[in-house]
Design a protein around this ligand. Structure first.
Ligand code: ADP
Length: 423
């Protein structure tokens, strides 16, 4: 009876009768096959924690645990690993890499002092080729292992999913608390600022102020600053309504052309100062639209304001209107606000519609609302998107990319579906 005693470099292996050890494991295997495996087998002992075979290395040996336990793990990243399963006496591991002629898909470590039998690729495949019984046994074991791995992966995914959902809920709650706080603060602050704005505007009209260039300049500064504060608080309130889903829409017949005229009037000075051209195409020919004039004003106000802010002096803003058929939306009014400005990087194109999202380094931006790269709280597009969505419409940005040298420009497309008038 062939006995094999291998002295491992670290510890001495127990004497193992390999053939008798394999017999019950490979029940039904022919004597000569058992003999061949026993001849080829090498028994090694490993101390606890020792790596028996390594993920990613070529797999030219199959193993059977003789004594002790091994654990099979997969590395996830430099820090963490995933436990797949453990194997005890009589269990095979490492045969998959031989069958697939590939590298090891996992690392195997001795979970406690362990003795394993190593069988080289060639004798393993020779015996496998002769013995359908062994083939089927390996197949069954592999299928079971795959099914277990599948179930384990599903359980892990489910757990990760639950954890993510829980965190998402928590983040949503935090976001709501933050939005509530912002809304409340904006409300509280807007009231005195509105009063302040009224008083300073009255002061501007005062004859004493009118007659003193110095006083007039001072009061003008206060009026401009207060008006800006007022606008910011209004925007914050608008955006918190959008976020809370409280944006109310009051539809009446609206002329987009009249809305645009109001906006052009509001920005006339800024356009002149910055030598920007604002051109309207097809806006006057648009049919009357049933929408909320205040909300539509805000939508196009913010788009034109951005066109002004992100286009260098001497540039052009083009507002184009037409009616189009849009899949899912049906017949729509489409208004495009296009500029010859700095453009938008592809990774920012969707994010800019999020509240408080601003591209670039905010501290590098100037503070004027119509100056080039003028600062803003990052609310304009969130409000515009909210305003478009309550009309059942869509808004998207297009741009070849961001470059302050080339100025490739940006285009914002708003599609507003026609709604059936109630009879
Ligand atoms: P704000 O202009 O107050 O920062 P917005 O919500 O209006 O906030 O815009 C978000 C960001 O989107 C801006 O900070 C800017 O980086 C980018 N953006 C918006 N419109 C344009 C445009 N026409 N051209 C280039 N970038 C734009």
């Amino acid at each position: 009876m062939p006995y094999q005693t291998i002295m491992d470099t670290l510890s001495s292996s127990p004497q193992v009768n390999v053939k008798e050890f394999l017999r019950p494991i490979l029940l039904g295997l022919a004597e000569e096959d058992l003999d061949e495996l026993a001849q080829a087998g090498v028994v090694r002992a490993f101390p606890a924690g020792a790596v028996i075979c390594q993920e990613g290395e070529p797999g030219d040996v199959a193993y059977v645990v003789v004594q002790g336990r091994v654990e099979i793990i997969q590395r996830l990243d430099d820090q963490s690993e995933r436990f797949l399963r453990s194997a005890g006496s009589g269990e095979f591991f490492g045969e998959m890499a031989i069958l697939q002629e590939g590298v090891r898909s996992a690392t195997v470590r001795a979970a406690e002092p362990a003795t394993v039998l190593e069988i080289g690729r060639r004798p393993f495949l020779t015996v496998l080729g002769r013995s359908p019984a062994l083939g089927i046994r390996i197949l069954v074991r592999m299928t079971t292992r795959l099914r277990d791995a599948d179930q384990q992966a599903i359980a892990e995914l489910r757990k990760a999913n639950e954890e993510l959902t829980r965190m998402l809920r928590q983040l949503e709650r935090l976001d709501r608390t933050k939005s509530d706080f912002i809304q409340l603060s904006a409300h509280e602050l807007r009231t005195p600022v509105a009063a302040l704005l009224g008083y300073t505007q009255m002061m501007r009209e005062n004859p004493q102020v009118q007659n003193s260039p110095q006083l007039r300049a001072l009061v003008e500064g206060v009026v401009t600053g207060t008006a800006r504060l007022h606008r910011v608080f209004n925007s914050i309130l608008d955006v918190s309504r959008v976020m809370a889903g409280n944006l109310r829409i009051h539809r009446t017949p609206v002329s987009i052309s009249i809305v645009m005229d109001g906006i052009v009037l509001e920005f006339r000075r800024a356009l002149e100062e910055r030598a920007l051209t604002l051109e309207q195409r097809g806006i006057q020919d648009l049919p009357i639209y049933s929408g909320d004039p205040d909300l539509l004003y805000k939508v196009f106000y913010h788009l034109v304001n951005n066109g002004i802010k992100y286009t260098p002096d001497g540039g052009r803003i083009t507002v184009t209107g037409r009616t189009v058929d849009v899949p899912d939306l049906g017949r729509c009014i489409e208004v495009t606000v296009e500029d010859t400005g700095i453009g938008i990087a592809p990774q920012d194109r969707d994010l800019i519609f999020e509240k408080f999202y601003r591209t670039g380094e905010p501290t590098l931006y100037s503070s004027g609302t119509t100056t080039f790269k003028g600062g803003g709280p990052g609310l304009g597009l969130a409000i515009a998107k909210g305003g478009v969505q309550v009309h059942g419409g869509r808004i998207r940005a297009e741009s070849p990319g961001y470059s302050e040298e080339i100025c490739p420009g940006s285009r914002f497309i708003v599609q507003l579906p026609f709604v059936e008038e109630p009879q």
